[in-house]
Design a protein. Structure first.
Length: 518
């Protein structure tokens, strides 16, 4: 009996040791195609929490699709299943215009999938789409040329939840570049969008009937090829919250930049449903003129707020010929913002709370705010103590006369120089929407993003489009180095990028890479 008791104690202790081990200790790492030739075989042999590293190359065929039947094993909250490129941007899943390489519909299940550095493209429908499933993360992933019509590059679809797209990039065709649709708790963080060819109503970063959405430090740029935009009656805008069949609630756009886009600027809702509690904070819309889009349209934007934003060189709303357009008794607020050089009609329609704004060189300045400023040109004048606040479109200069003169001592205009949201966090996690110490510039991953978008070529409506334009063009910035996404945005007003942005080790290399995209 005594010996049996000792044996039970040993067995019990052994069991305690086993359960005390972290699950990560049992996770395996595989390489494709070294260990298994394709995704289907990889997934069949992997367990939840394993990591798959994919060697550089182009992968095709049904065995490399992610579908309901060919999918990674679900991980757990403590051990995610990771699918990653060995080198960012050099793994390409090519649908060859016939196969949808990532289309998954769950049943409300938690997946705990994490994808890193992969590109999907040339699909007949959306490039990456998932529905009725949650807990997915995409880091530094790219997508281009989904099919024509109602297609999207990255889609968190109906009934999806708790998804993060961080440092991702989308270009080529497609209706939206990044979209949540009837989904909950979706984050786009530091993602770059460019439309090259379009067939249908379009926008860049869309929270379509989403509850609890965050769009942080995102960029919409150079969607300017209007001759290659087909079947367009109007655009949703670079940053948009459409609500044609369900309300949206609690969506925040923070420190986002739209530059040189013909899709319009920002919008909240259309038609029958409301976009409730949508906030645009420290956002920049510059050169977003178009005759068939809303530059700033908060139609049915109930309790929506626009705070500390900068709007320049736009035209007025297509629907009612007002630049900042609201509808109904919806308690819309516009404060501490710059509206400069908007043409084609009057500025405001039905804005309930409008004050502390700088309005200059606009048609029909029908302002109502007691503290509005209308006699100061916001463009920097080159003096040591500038009268104008805007030397660069993304910050207000110290010493300018728009610094600290807004409501409660805030500056008037946008300041988009720090990142928002702790890297890797999902909605509701600690510091998921807090300001970070990390600067927004140089923009993350910008050398790779430029290289991929520069290599693009496409055709729509009989018009050929080259990707080597705008920020992706060859040439030298005013600061003396190669044109980058950062220099392109900072130097929009003709002033060289500040020397402190690029140190000796941060100027991006112009390596050509080896991934060919059409």
């Amino acid at each position: 009996m005594k010996e049996n008791y000792k044996m039970k104690k040993i067995i019990s202790l052994f069991g305690v040791l086993i359960v005390s081990f972290s699950p990560e200790l049992f996770a395996a790492t595989y390489y494709m195609p070294d260990d298994f030739p394709n995704l289907q075989t990889c997934f069949s042999n992997m367990a939840g929490g394993d990591t798959l590293i994919i060697r550089d190359g182009t992968y095709t065929g049904t065995a490399n699709m992610i579908t309901n039947s060919v999918r990674p094993p679900a991980g757990s909250s403590s051990t995610w299943t990771v699918i990653k490129a060995e080198h960012d941007g050099e793994v390409f899943f090519d649908g060859q215009d016939t196969l949808n390489m990532f289309n998954y519909t769950g049943s409300g299940n938690n997946l705990y999938w994490q994808f890193e550095g992969i590109i999907w493209g040339n699909t007949p429908a959306s490039n990456v789409a998932f529905f009725s499933a949650g807990f997915l993360k995409f880091f530094r992933c790219g997508a281009f040329d989904p099919g024509t019509g109602n297609t999207i590059n990255f889609l968190a679809g109906r009934y999806s939840f708790d998804a993060l797209f961080e440092n991702c990039y989308a270009w080529g065709g497609g209706r939206y570049k990044f979209a949540g649709y009837q989904a909950d708790r979706i984050i786009f963080r530091a993602c770059v969008a460019r439309h090259d060819v379009i067939n249908g109503w379009s926008g860049s970063h869309s929270m379509y009937s989403v509850d609890d959405g965050e769009v942080q430090n995102c960029i919409a740029v150079d969607s300017d090829q209007t001759d290659a935009y087909l079947n367009i009656t109007s655009y949703a805008g670079a940053f948009c919250v459409p609500c044609t069949d369900m309300d949206a609630n609690r969506v925040n756009y923070v420190r986002c930049v739209a530059l040189n886009t013909r899709l319009g600027g920002m919008s909240a809702s259309r038609q029958n449903y409301d976009a409730r509690n949508v906030t645009f904070t420290d956002c920049v819309l510059w050169d977003t003129a178009t005759s068939t889009a809303s530059s700033i349209n908060i139609w049915r934007g109930t309790e929506s707020r626009t705070l500390n934003c900068t709007f320049g060189n736009g035209i007025h709303d297509y629907y009612s010929h007002n630049s900042y357009d609201c509808c109904g008794e919806n308690n819309t607020t516009l404060k501490n913002s710059i509206i400069y050089n908007y043409r084609g009609g009057t500025i405001f329609y039905d804005v309930e709370n409008e004050d502390y704004n700088c309005l200059y060189d606009n048609d029909g300045q029908n302002q109502s705010g007691e503290h509005d400023i209308t006699n100061i040109n916001p463009i920097w004048n080159g003096q040591a103590n500038p009268a104008g606040a805007l030397k660069y479109i993304i910050r207000i200069e110290s010493g300018s006369n728009l610094k600290g003169v807004g409501e409660n001592g805030a500056s008037i205009g946008a300041t988009a120089v720090k990142m928002v949201g702790k890297p890797g966090t999902l909605w509701g996690e600690q510091d998921y929407n807090g300001e970070q110490s990390t600067g927004m510039w140089p923009f993350p991953n910008e050398a790779l993003i430029k290289r991929k978008m520069q290599a693009y070529s496409g055709t729509m409506n009989g018009v050929s489009v080259s990707g080597a334009r705008g920020f992706a063009a060859e040439g030298t910035g005013l600061y003396g180095g190669p044109i980058t996404l950062t220099s392109y945005i900072w130097e929009r007003l003709g002033n060289p990028l500040p020397a402190e942005i690029y140190g000796a080790d941060t100027i991006p290399p112009e390596n050509p890479g080896n991934l060919q995209v059409k």
